[in-house]
Design a binder for this molecule. Structure first.
Ligand code: GDG
Length: 739
């Protein structure tokens, strides 16, 4: 469009720039033409006129002049004698012109006079006989010059337009072909880059653009670390499936986690199905639906054994099976040592800076390793080929990657650490720090939520074991095996499954308030979590206390609804947290509430995902006040739930999610005064500002959804496998050559 207007502009400029010039040229050219004609005419009739003049033959002269004047362009012919008297003028000689108006001299004279608004060209030739002296005057009407100029102008404009448009079309066609060729090479280059088979110098590009392609290739190479999924793609189950089909055809995907995605529990009527409250399950489940394959996890439900087949497998999701859940059974002693002891009393507090002292017991460590071995056996048993992709999840399996590598050396092992990785000093207090690091370095790729955690890990490796660290490529090589250390910010399904069938926000607001017995005009801040001390539940209650103390006008008009799913209740620290939370809520309710109004509503039970989303939609504010959190998916779920673009997210700056959701109101949960003021800001935020912030965050979560998270890892895995294939081929050809 812009180029069309430009071309039109140039044409118009050409037309009007050259127009005056054409008029001048035509004018001069026509006058020369008329002068020549006059001279020719004069020489052809000079003798005839001289003879007639000598004979004083008036009739002959009049006839001659009249005949000549019949010519289309010739206006009139006459003779002026030496006294300036006009003789024998042709018939149509203009009456108001006399000989005195005509310039005469001893030599032929050419001039223009204006008569009745028209221009007349006068050619006066001296012509004398013995008896007479005088001038023959030939008059031409010059109005044909204007006509001619107009015609020339018309054809000039036409020619410029036709030629201009013709050239433009040709140029456009040429550019289109060139661009198509260029785009083809760019696309090829990007595909090569994605597959990790970048040509070294962009060869094959059109020569004219080769240098540009080379530059692009160089840029792409430089950006390889930041993963190719930054290329704009709308990630969804379909695009993820397409990626797997194209990049990893026929590859088996095996996921391993402690928590299973579907738990069967015994009830009076048989068995009930539960989806556990777990960020890991929230994220990985939609990915496994898309990938298919097998998910190996601890069978923790009371009816789990009754629902599997003889190989401990069950197709899930139950209503629309798309992958296999393989359950691993753990004794109570194993659960105590591996899950409660080492993982949750040791590694969990170690990695979260939340001031709960980690405890490390030798017996737990030993059971932890034994259980990891059992899962490694399960992976080997489930593998249909020597080189599956194994997705190892979380801190329950720090030693599993190296164990899998022993059993399946050709497997691509992607380990994802869902919780933070602390600095080396903090990690250094773990008695088995070296074993844990070595175990993790059995992975092909080790992922964290943020680059900050990656750097902490590299620093820890540097400090405690002997290995080669390539900081530019962010990788660690230990005993000839290289592990890539990468940030993959986890996310949620978009739109989340729990949004299906949700009522409009207005209805949710009403239903939630009715169900909880809260006044329709009361503002609600919602908190949803597993009941874990890292989530800062007590801290947000203190902030509510501070808020109502400093802003008493909100008493009776504001409630914190805190939903907390019981978790790890076997551990003293978790039981104590629950007791403390119940006690603190009671104290604050007593201080600011009355019989009918309670500012903190603590609901300790597991909720179904649909209920959780209904609460998000019914609330005005969501509070995430983690003291330390790898990512925090509750924050992203609240954003996904608010398709009305309203609601305020208050988010801890110590949650990984705060790196992405910068439009939230960020808090330091340790600062209860500051958090209280943020409550005030959230409750008084104008709708327009809420909308702007929410739209920004929704765009972010929609684009950087969990399929993108999985795609980033799988793209990197595919690149590694291609690389390995090339090395294997080189090895084969070398050993073939030596035979
Ligand atoms: C770890 C990391 C990281 C909560 N209550 C109920 C319930 N939930 C759901 C939430 C959310 C999930 O549990 C919690 O996810 P988070 O990410 O907030 O926290 P963690 O469980 O600690 O997850 C964390 C995550 O792994 C992923 O890598 O983000 O940093 O600590 O989906 O909605 N779900 C149900 N009932 C409840 O009562 N069904």
């Amino acid at each position: 469009m812009r180029y069309g207007a430009l071309i039109l502009g140039v044409i118009v400029l050409l037309v009007f720039g050259f127009m005056p010039l054409t008029s001048v040229v035509i004018d001069q050219w026509s006058r020369r033409d008329v002068e020549l004609r006059s001279r020719l005419l004069f020489s052809s009739m000079r003798d005839q006129v001289t003879t007639a003049l000598a004979n004083d033959d008036e009739t002959a002269l009049s006839n001659l002049f009249n005949r000549l004047a019949e010519d289309e362009r010739l206006l009139a012919v006459t003779y002026c004698d030496e006294n300036g008297v006009m003789r024998y003028p042709s018939k149509n000689f203009p009456r108001n012109i006399s000989c005195n108006d005509l310039a005469r001299s001893d030599r032929p004279n050419f001039s223009t006079i204006t008569n009745d608004g028209r221009q007349i060209y006068v050619a006066a030739f001296p012509l004398s006989t013995e008896a007479r002296k005088g001038h023959l005057a030939i008059l031409h009407d010059l109005s044909f010059v204007d006509r001619r100029a107009r015609e020339v102008r018309f054809y000039w404009v036409l020619a410029i337009f036709v030629v201009g448009i013709g050239i433009s079309l040709l140029a456009a066609a040429f550019m289109f072909l060139l661009l198509r060729q260029w785009l083809t090479s760019v696309r090829q280059t990007l595909l090569d880059a994605r597959k990790g088979t970048l040509p070294p110098d962009g060869n094959g590009a059109p020569p004219i653009l080769g240098a540009e392609i080379q530059k692009l290739v160089r840029d792409l190479k430089a950006n390889r670390q930041s993963s190719d999924t930054s290329i704009q793609i709308d990630w969804s189950p379909e695009t993820l499936q397409k990626l797997i089909a194209e990049e990893l055809p026929g590859t088996q995907v095996i996921a391993v986690s402690n928590r299973e995605p579907y738990i069967h529990n015994k009830t009076e009527d048989g068995a009930s199905l539960q989806i556990p409250a777990s960020g890991l399950v929230t994220a990985l489940e939609p990915v496994m639906r898309a990938c298919g394959g097998t998910w190996i996890a601890h069978g923790s439900g009371t009816a789990d054994r009754e629902t599997v087949d003889s190989d401990d497998r069950i197709p899930v999701p139950p209503d629309e099976p798309s992958y296999t859940l393989r359950r691993v059974w753990l004794t109570e002693e194993e659960q105590d040592g591996y899950y409660y002891g080492m993982a949750n009393e040791g590694l969990w507090p170690l990695c979260h800076i939340s001031f709960v002292r980690p405890s490390f017991r030798e017996s737990n460590w030993s059971i932890y390793q034994q259980v990891n071995e059992r899962f490694a056996d399960a992976v080997a048993a489930e593998a249909r080929a020597p080189d599956p992709i194994v997705l190892v999840q979380d801190y329950h399996f720090a030693t599993l990657p190296a164990m899998i590598r022993k059993r399946l050396p050709r497997a691509t092992i992607i380990t994802f650490w869902h919780i933070p990785w602390p600095n080396s000093e903090t990690f250094g207090i773990c008695p088995w720090r070296e074993e844990i690091i070595r175990g993790l370095l059995g992975s092909s790729i080790l992922g964290f939520h943020t680059r900050f955690h990656c750097n902490n890990f590299l620093e820890t490796v540097d400090r405690f074991i002997e290995s080669r660290i390539d900081r530019e490529n962010a990788s660690v090589t230990l005993e000839e095996h290289e592990s890539l250390i990468r940030p993959y910010p986890i996310s949620i399904d978009w739109p989340p499954a729990a949004m299906k069938g949700q009522k409009p926000v207005e209805d949710c607001r009403r239903i939630v308030r009715e169900r909880l017995g809260i006044g329709q005009n009361t503002r609600i801040a919602i908190g949803v979590e597993r009941f874990d001390y890292t989530k800062g539940v007590l801290d947000r209650m203190h902030a509510v206390d501070d808020f109502l103390t400093r802003h008493p006008e909100w008493i009776g008009r504001f409630v914190l609804v805190q939903v907390a799913a019981p978790t790890r209740t076997k551990l003293e620290s978790y039981r104590r947290l629950q007791e403390e939370a119940i006690e603190l809520a009671g104290l604050i309710n007593e201080k600011h509430g009355d019989g009918s109004y309670q500012p903190i509503m603590l609901i300790i039970r597991h909720h179904e995902p649909r209920e959780v989303f209904e609460l998000f939609r019914g609330a005005d504010i969501c509070v995430v006040s983690s003291l330390h959190d790898g990512m925090n998916l509750v924050a992203k779920e609240f954003v996904a739930a608010r398709d009305d673009d309203q609601g305020v997210l208050i988010l801890s700056q110590f949650a990984g999610a705060s790196r992405e959701l910068a439009a939230a109101l960020l808090i330091n949960p340790y600062d209860s005064y500051g958090t209280a003021e943020i409550f005030q800001q959230a409750l008084t935020m104008p709708e327009e500002q809420q909308r702007e912030r929410m739209q920004l965050m929704r765009a972010q979560v929609r684009e950087r959804n969990v399929y993108r998270w999985a795609a980033q890892m799988l793209v990197d895995a595919s690149r590694l496998r291609n690389h390995q294939r090339i090395l294997d081929l080189a090895q084969e050809s070398r050993s073939g050559g030596s035979h």
